[in-house]
Design a protein around this ligand. Structure first.
Ligand code: ASP
Length: 261
């Protein structure tokens, strides 16, 4: 967060300098950005092997080594509960936050809403990307719910970028799960920090597959839980990503309908 803040301040300050003074710095950052992307591409080539090795280490140390497999099956059971907690949480969020908003504020019948945005939800589920789903979300909200383009073209792109309730909720559950697996007791203060930082991290999460888990490292670092704990949930992240993206897209459509109303 300090880095993001500094970057914002620097960018803002650069806009206050004469163009000729600011341009070299901006060009330098452009080139640095390209160089870092090239570096990431190189790293991505060996990343699968590194992730494999790291995951094996984390699972072995948390499941306990030895001949009997009980540690491993216990760990698998805990993972199952963790996944169920995320999915149930997402469901209840829609039920307790979005549906009342639609029913009582936007005054849109729930069935009509669900029928209208089903294609967007399906695409969100299969692509795990609110960004890729955006054109379909816009069409569903415009055609199916009759919302004006003036509202959809502003609210939906903004929502796809920053409104990620599913991701924030998932990051909260994941942070508590990882802390528990490391036998770390979280104080009330730390739990409140999770809420705040997960909300911020979800805003910073890009609308593409698998970024939520990367941003989770920020939450873990903030509350003093080893960030390598994410390796524990790495293998089961994709199905959860599919589900949280559905909620993210549903949230965008809900807010857009409410704003239009
Ligand atoms: N896949 C999510 C989205 O696009 C972001 C994430 O949680 O990884 O909405």
């Amino acid at each position: 967060l300090q880095v993001v803040f500094f970057a914002l301040m620097l960018g803002f300050s650069l806009t206050r300098l004469p163009d000729a003074r600011a341009r070299p710095v901006m060009e330098l950052f452009d080139t640095l950005s390209d160089a870092i992307i090239a570096m990431v591409h190189l790293i991505m080539k060996i990343a699968p092997f590194g992730v494999f090795a790291l995951m094996a280490t984390v699972v072995a140390s948390l499941a306990g080594m030895g001949d009997d497999m009980s540690g491993l099956s216990e760990l698998a059971a805990e993972m199952g509960k963790y996944m169920a907690a995320v999915v149930i949480g997402l469901f209840f969020h829609a039920l307790l936050v979005y549906f009342p908003l639609l029913r009582f504020v936007a005054k849109v019948p729930l069935l009509k809403f669900l029928r209208a945005i089903a294609p967007a939800q399906l695409l969100a589920f299969s692509s795990s990307s609110s960004g890729a789903t955006l054109p379909v979300t816009m069409e569903c909200v415009e055609r199916g719910l009759g919302v004006d383009e003036e509202a959809t073209s502003f609210v939906l792109p903004l929502g796809a970028t920053i409104n990620m309730d599913g991701t924030g909720l998932y990051q909260g559950v994941a942070a508590v799960f990882i802390a528990t697996m490391y036998n770390i007791d979280l104080s009330v203060g730390q739990q409140l920090q999770i809420v705040l930082v997960a909300a911020l991290a979800s805003i910073g999460t890009a609308a593409v597959p698998g970024v939520g888990i990367v941003m989770l490292t920020i939450v873990l670092t903030q509350i003093g839980v080893p960030p390598e704990g994410i390796l524990l949930i790495f293998a089961v992240d994709r199905p959860l990503d599919m589900c949280r993206t559905v909620l993210n897209v549903t949230g965008d459509a809900t807010v857009c309908t409410v704003v239009a109303a």
